[in-house]
Write a protein that binds this ligand. Structure first.
Ligand code: MN
Length: 300
């Protein structure tokens, strides 16, 4: 019977040698990967010293933003060009998000594809929203409107809302959100409301010119960590009737809505002032909380 049993002793020796060779090959592979091509790429000729320096900086960038939330920023199309305020880009980056500019388009298929790549959306400041979108006639004091931007942003809102991702708005962005959800706007504060506050300030953007009182226990109060803010003001319009799913949780002393939110049901938040100017230009700790809150909401 013994002579029919196979002898494994020789094969075992082969296995150990095979394993050793395999590990050796992996080690050599790792050494090759961590030394040459990629690491030396930026010093290869015929790159100029300036280009070498630039590539060295590019190749050694840290990875900490790789999995950060992607925040889409709405842009303006005008005369063949796209534009967006740089302060929003900077403020989102500072807060640990990846800012991406969303190109203006009225193609719902493209918007659907774009929104699927986003973790959140920020609607920015700009010109007046066309009152036809909230069913009102044009007031004589209505400012300029941009139909491309209105249709783009209203469609973008609809797609983002459908996806359930956080939607935040600044100035016109907050008004746009209100219109998109069925609310209305005051077309010109000075001619339609009685107020002793100048909402279209002449002072620079880093200067607060009026206060805002935020409702205790609201998302706004939690976001800013306080219930009184000193804010800048660059608007001649404001929310008239809030949309059914939005709640005004912050007002200036004259009663003008300055903070609205869709919480707790919808991750929707808007401010009438410009926190991005304070955050990006003055590194303002309170206003930076608007952006860190947005980033945190997008992570969940
Ligand atoms: Mn104001």
């Amino acid at each position: 019977m013994n002579n029919v049993l196979p002898d494994y002793s020789h094969a075992k020796g082969e296995t150990h040698r095979g394993l050793f060779l395999r590990y050796l090959l992996i080690l050599i592979g790792l050494l090759i990967c961590t030394t040459s091509p990629a690491r030396k790429k930026h010093t290869d000729p015929p790159f100029s010293p300036a280009l070498q320096q630039l590539y060295a900086k590019t190749d050694h960038a840290p990875y900490h933003l790789r999995h950060a939330p992607v925040i889409g920023i709405s842009t303006t199309y005008s005369h063949g060009s796209l534009s967006a305020g740089y302060d929003c880009v900077k403020a989102i980056h500072q807060a640990g998000g990846i800012p991406i500019l969303i190109p203006s388009t009225n193609d719902p298929t493209l918007l659907d594809a774009i929104i699927r790549k986003m973790d959140g959306v920020l609607f920015t400041g700009g010109v007046d929203v066309d009152p036809s979108f909230y069913g009102h006639d044009r007031h004589p004091q209505l400012g300029s409107v941009n139909n491309e931007r209105d249709t783009f942003e209203l469609m973008l809102f609809r797609k983002a809302f459908e996806r359930g991702i956080p939607i935040f708005g600044i100035c016109r962005g907050m008004q746009l959100i209100n219109v998109a959800m069925g609310g209305t706007l005051v077309q010109d504060i000075p001619s339609e409301l009685t107020s002793d506050i100048r909402h279209l300030q002449e002072e620079r953007g880093t200067q607060g010119t009026h206060s805002v009182n935020i409702e205790k226990g609201s998302t706004g109060a939690r976001m800013f960590g306080q219930t009184t803010l000193s804010v800048n003001s660059f608007h001649h319009q404001c929310i008239q009737r809030p949309a059914p799913q939005l709640k005004v949780t912050g007002r200036s002393p004259d009663g003008v809505p300055e903070v609205v939110e869709g919480y707790p049901k919808h991750k929707i938040f808007g401010v009438q002032f410009h926190p991005e100017i304070f955050a990006a230009r003055d590194n303002d700790a309170t206003m930076k909380r608007f952006f860190s809150f947005l980033i945190e909401e997008c992570k969940q």
